[in-house]
Ligand binder design. Sequence first.
Ligand code: PEP
Length: 249
Amino acid sequence: MRKKIVAGNWKMNTLLKDGMELAKAVEKLEKDKQSDALLIIAPPYTHLSRVNDLIDNVKLAAQNCASEESGAYTGEIAPDMLVSAGVEYVIIGHSERRSYYHEDNELLNKKTKLAISKGLKPIFCCGEVLEEREQGRLFDVIREQLTVGLAGLNMEDIKQVVIAYEPVWAIGTGVVATPDQAQEMHKFIRDLLIELFDKEVADNMTILYGGSCKPSNASELFANPDVDGGLIGGASLKAEDFLGIANAY
Ligand code: PEP
């Protein structure tokens, strides 16, 4: 059985006090959750260690990490530092990192390998922009992002990874992929994992959908056989909506 996950990416939102309140509210609502989905929250770096003291059943993620272990990299946060703050998961390759900070597949591969070597579980994001979809290049783009992004991972490493398919045209736009579009790409990703690793890896990989997911559209997305949960942006900033999505299973 694959692990079902609903992960909240808070992005650059909430001041510390509000973030702590939100984390407390998510942890409280988690107790009454009506599904077996694991809940993960990814607050900003500045909140991580304080939030870690407030959660128990809910797991902690960072939104990014450095590609280097330590040293003269001003402004960067090393995987070891995240682990020392109680972080278990790390989002790698979010489309906002790829487009605004020019993080390419090679750099993301380096981050992924380093994160795993330090004991973190990457939530590795992939997704095509609208133009790539319209030009029919969507499968090539995802193949490239995953083939390069996950290159060099051994059979133990890959078991630590969660994949998030996030079509860029659906992120923060209110335009959600149709259940068929999501299933088609998730199936493609699972088949690709057979090619890159093996069937056992593919069968056990949790593949999340991300992009304008809300309580009102989550059930039809999660009803797809290859959709194992969601990576949630906007709707993760309200505890009730976030739990509403988890309860959509
Ligand atoms: C995201 O940024 O990962 C995301 C899915 O955002 P939203 O849910 O707001 O579209």
